[in-house]
Structure formats: C-alpha cells, structure tokens
Design a protein around this ligand. Structure first.
Ligand code: IPM
Ligand code: MG
Length: 355
C-alpha cells in the first residue's frame, strides 16, 4: 500500500490540497492501486496546536510515508514569532529531516495563459524550463549562523558552504533530468567571486565529463542568468544551481509564465520525497474558495511521476489541466475581464472530469 502523508498547512494550503487529493483518488482508481492518506500538522496550525512548527510526530510520520503532499505554511499571525518558531521552519526541518536535497521546479508556459506574462508573448510562448535547486546545503544551513554581539556591536552571520558529495549528487539529478528533456544543462554559480561556486563549477565539469558527455552543458554567473531569463528564457532547459540562487531564480522563472500560482514542485532525496505548490498560503484569500488548485494538482501529478513512476498518468493530468484552461475555465487569479470564474472546488472537479 502506497502511503501518502498529507500536510495541508495554513491558509489556502488546506483548500488546494483537498483538490489535489481528489485527483489522487481518481488516479488510484485509474491505476487500480490503493493509496493511503494520513493527515499531519505542520506550520502555523502546528504552532497553535503543539507549540512548534514541526512536531516530532509529523516528522516521524513523514519519514514513515512513501511521499509527502504539502499545501503551504505561514501567515501574518505567526510572523512575529522568534526564528525557531516561525512556520517556515517546518519547511526547512522537513527538507533536512527527509534529506530532500533536490528541489525540482518546472516553469511551464500554458498556451492559454500567454497573455498573463508581463513579457512579450513571442519571448515567452512555449517556455519549458526546470530549475534544479540544491535544497539542503549552502547558506540556508551553513554554520556559524546567527546574530552575535561582539564588543557591543551586533553582527549577523550566515555561512555558505558546499562539500563535493553535495554538489555531485545534485549535478547527477540535473544531468539525468536533462536526458529526459532537451538534453541541456545550464549550471548557475558565482565562480568569479565565491569559493563555494569555484568548487561547484569544478565538480559539475567533472561529473559532466565522466558520466554525461553527451549532455550539452554551459555555465553562467547568477547575475547574468537572472538577466538572460528575462531576455531570452528559451535559452534554458535545465538550470542547475545552489540553494539561495535557486530560491531567487525559481521565482523569476515561474513569474515569466505569468502563473506562479499554477506551478508545482518536487523535493526529492535518496529515500523520501515531498511535493508542494510553489505558491504560499495566501492568507488574504484563505477560506473563500478563491484559490487556484492547479499548482497543488500538478504537484500531485509530479508525485505520481516521480514516486509512483506513473509518467503517463502524470502527463494525462497535465493535459487535463491544459484542456480545462483551453475551454476557458479560470479561477479568479488567472481570469481576465468577462471570464467566468470558478471556485477552488469547481476547478478541481472540472479537472477530475477531464481526466
Ligand atoms: C521557497 C521559499 C522558502 C525558501 C522559504 C519559505 C523558507 O521561499 O520554498 O522557495 O526560501 O526556500
Ligand atoms: Mg522561494
């Protein structure tokens, strides 16, 4: 029995996740494969219930599952809590605890939404980029880190650090993924200035030469990459990069498509995987049935593809989404004037029917 730990989290997280579960239940019927769902608490709701963002029981149950489906965590209610108690710590704790070192963030342009991009349609039409972001190293987790006081002066410190094995494993992820796509990796670093990046570039080149000589590889400094993403996004197929650069570039890449609210992600390790929409908990629209469930539904599709190896069914879900968008179905966030607006649940149902 395939066990899915469900962490709806806060805000619209609960609403969009229930639509993703609707699709997974349908998938379970289609595949004739039973799926078991266990609901867990993390984020603000866990702070309210247990006094901490990532309770041990949640991490333990997530470790015991075959895959985790997460909604979103956070909200203004918890913003002023101290660092260790913020809802975001649940995400960092899950990433580290499940060793989810590879964050895969596709930025796909849906034809029906080309006009939603802030860039010219000829620049963005057909965009299909995947950012492969290292997720458990770099400046997010390096020590020392903190705010320290020395001789009466406060100093904030973070440490960017990477080991060779950390770079190797994420490089393998990117090259393997590229082989299933347009066979091209752009490795993004700051090797003209950062030591971590110099090592990064060296290791990526070695792995490329040794195991993937047939994959096209280029290197780009992160400042240039952020420019090229808006100048000529179709240059990119797979972007391989470290944690913080990936955080920034994946937001940029997803916004090119005009639909950051529609994009899924997968965070994968050797033995665990977590799937979640790229968007946050959107407290301003929570509880109103306005949220767009597509990012969560496509995250469920990624779960089927990567954890259950059901690539064909994942493609079908993607096409079902494209289909309903093509028919003009819109939630409020992507509707233009005069278009009929569906609720979160209606959108979920339409996609289920299209399957
Ligand atoms: C993301 C988010 C997180 C990150 C935050 C919420 C900790 O921005 O998943 O991209 O920086 O990784
Ligand atoms: Mg981010």
């Amino acid at each position: 029995m395939f066990k899915i730990a469900v962490i709806p989290g806060d805000g619209i997280g609960t609403e969009v996740t229930s639509q993703a579960i609707r699709i997974l239940k349908k998938a379970s019927q289609i595949l004739n494969e039973p799926l078991e769902f266990t609901e867990l608490k993390a984020g603000g709701i866990a702070i309210d219930t247990f006094g901490k963002p990532l309770p041990e029981e949640t991490l333990k149950a997530a470790l015991a599952s075959d895959a985790v489906l997460l909604g979103a965590v956070g909200g203004p209610k918890w913003d002023s809590l101290p660092y260790e108690l913020k809802p975001e710590q649940a995400l960092l704790g899950l990433r580290k605890g499940l060793e989810l070192y590879a964050n895969i963030r596709p930025a796909i342009m849906f034809d029906a939404l080309v006009s939603a991009s802030s860039l010219k349609s000829e620049v963005v039409k057909g965009i299909d980029i995947v950012v492969v972001r290292e997720l458990t190293g770099g400046i997010y987790f390096g020590r020392p880190a903190g705010i320290f006081e020395e001789n009466g002066t406060r100093r904030g410190v973070n440490t960017m650090t990477y080991t060779v094995p950390e770079i190797e494993r994420i490089a393998h992820t990117a090259f393997r993924l590229a082989k299933t796509r347009k066979n091209k990796v752009t490795s993004v670093d700051k090797a003209n200035i950062l030591h971590t990046s110099m090592l990064w570039r060296e290791v990526v080149n070695e792995i490329h030469k040794k195991d993937y000589p047939d994959v096209q590889l280029d290197h780009m400094y992160v400042d240039n990459a952020s420019m090229q993403l808006v100048r000529n996004p179709k240059h990119f197929d797979v972007i391989l990069t470290e944690n913080m650069f990936g955080d920034i570039l994946s937001d940029e890449a997803s916004m090119l498509t005009g639909s950051i609210g529609m994009l899924p992600s997968a965070s994968i390790g050797e033995t665990h995987a977590l799937y979640e929409p790229v968007h946050g908990s959107a407290p301003d629209i929570a509880g109103k049935g306005l949220a767009n469930p597509i990012a969560s539904i496509l995250s469920a599709a990624m779960l089927l593809e990567y954890s259950l190896k059901q690539k064909e069914l994942a493609r079908k879900i993607f096409r079902a989404v494209e289909g309903v968008l093509g028919e003009g179905c819109r939630t409020a966030d992507i509707a233009s004037a005069g278009q009929n607006v569906l609720s979160t649940e209606e959108m979920g149902r339409r996609i289920e029917n299209a399957l």
